[in-house]
Design a protein around this ligand. Structure first.
Ligand code: ASP
Length: 436
């Protein structure tokens, strides 16, 4: 049986087991499913273990083999532009849906009160964490330059790691023959190949991890809270699906010109893993492996576009932040004016760049968007408490979209660099003739 089939079966089986234990209140099953969660956590740790060596090695080799440094600038410009534009579209979709459906207007006061009582403490903690992390834009930019690259590596700070690896790769590429540049490249090439091998091995264990992770989440999940926030969840998930159907499929069809069904078939493991782990970072090795081995993207493009994407491209997170902010505003202070909503496009786009690719990063960063959008004096914690109960489930969905966005970007950018993908749409005879 193919791996993605095994993963899909594990996902459905885990969800059903969790649901049954929760719905029928089967205590022993619920505690067993919660008890096996460490199997999933161990797997996440295992795959995360590969992230740093893989990103460093592939970026050093990728940058060094670009040959021409102007290509690096072009690739960087295209990547950042694609990420910013798609994120802004995602936020706009979230805002339009929230204006049309008004999820915050459809919730009764008793439900609000019980949500607030249940989640106020956790919510206040999130706000504290966010305030401790919020160092301002200048410090955030300065933090991208790793004064000590080894510290950046040990703390797994992705942007500084990316910057250092690109610098190292660029320097290696201009070394004269006799100064050991090629030894450095073969060293990192070996590390890259070995990292990919580890990803292959670790992926074989993925179905067990997916079962454990999903079963534990669903078993612990309050079905009542899902019911009370059904419209809000439907707007977030509907927005994610629309973004996939409108933005990504158009980009893939018209810019990357790939065969859509083949493309989705080949990448399906990636959103499944992202959904189960709620982490773009933990999914990154699988995303890179899929781009190179399933889609035929070159190492230069994948090593450059994907690590950057896992860190700064979070369309799902940005869309969720737009809907969450609108929902909270509708409940606490009523509909927001157009200018405040334009502010949300800007802050949600920037805030999603600042969010790390780890579980629940989105809700912490939401504090920044809320503080900017809500009138002065409204406590963001009171808003976060309303949506905290369903955050995990929405985190899983937005992470799945985040990684699909990264793969869309890498496909579009690779094709724009004249790479031929293995999922290129069959050409019409006239196109094939003119290409020849
Ligand atoms: N978990 C998300 C990710 O890793 C970030 C978030 O929205 O919380 O992409």
């Amino acid at each position: 049986m193919k791996l993605h089939t095994q993963i899909s079966i594990a996902l459905v089986a885990g969800a059903l087991a969790g649901l049954a234990s929760n719905y029928f209140g089967i205590g022993w099953l619920q505690s067993t499913l919660v008890a096996i969660e460490p199997i999933g956590t161990a797997w996440i740790d295992l795959i995360t273990m590969v992230v740093v060596p893989l990103v460093v090695a592939s970026l050093v080799v990728g940058t060094a083999s670009l040959g021409d440094m102007t290509k690096l600038g072009r690739l960087g410009g295209k990547t950042v532009a694609f990420y910013l534009v798609t994120t802004a579209i995602a936020v706009t979709i979230g805002l339009v849906l929230s204006n049309v459906i008004v999820p915050g207007g459809r919730i009764d006061p008793a439900t609000l009160e019980s949500l607030r009582n249940a989640y106020m403490d956790e919510s206040a903690q999130q706000v504290q964490t966010a305030q401790a992390q919020d160092t301002g834009i200048v410090d955030m930019l300065l933090g991208m330059i790793p004064r000590n690259p080894v510290a950046a590596l040990t703390e797994m700070r992705m942007l500084p790691i990316i910057i250092f690896s690109i610098f190292l790769g660029a320097a290696v590429s201009v070394l004269p023959e006799d100064t050991g540049g090629s030894t450095v490249i073969s060293f990192f090439d070996g590390i890259n190949e070995a990292s990919m091998k580890m990803v292959h091995w670790i992926m074989k264990l993925a179905p067990y991890a997916v079962f454990a992770l999903i079963a534990a989440v669903v078993a612990q999940f309050g079905l009542e809270v899902l019911q009370s926030l059904l419209v809000y969840c439907a707007v977030v998930i509907g927005g994610l699906v629309l973004h996939l159907l409108i933005t990504y499929t158009s980009a893939l069809k018209f810019l990357a010109k790939v065969d859509l069904s083949e493309w989705f078939k080949r990448i399906r493991e990636v959103p499944l893993i992202a959904f189960s782990t709620s982490s773009s970072n933990a999914t990154l090795p699988v995303t890179m492996e899929t781009a190179e081995e399933e889609l035929g993207v070159s190492r230069e493009s994948s090593s450059f576009v994907l690590p950057l994407g896992a860190t700064i491209n979070m369309d799902g997170t940005a869309l969720y932040q737009a809907v969450a902010t609108m929902f909270i505003a509708q409940v606490l202070v009523g509909q927001l004016a157009l200018t405040a909503q334009i502010g949300i496009v800007l802050t949600a786009t920037l805030a999603s760049i600042g969010a790390a690719g780890v579980p629940s990063a989105g809700i912490i960063i939401l504090v920044i968007v809320l503080t900017q959008a809500l009138p002065a004096g409204v406590d963001p914690a009171a808003g976060i408490a309303l949506i905290f109960g369903v955050d995990r489930i929405l985190d899983m969905c937005r992470t799945a979209l985040n990684v699909t966005g990264d793969l869309t970007a890498v496909s579009v950018i690779a094709v724009s660099e004249n790479e031929t993908l293995t999922v290129d749409a069959p050409r019409k005879p006239s196109e094939a003739r003119s290409a020849a």
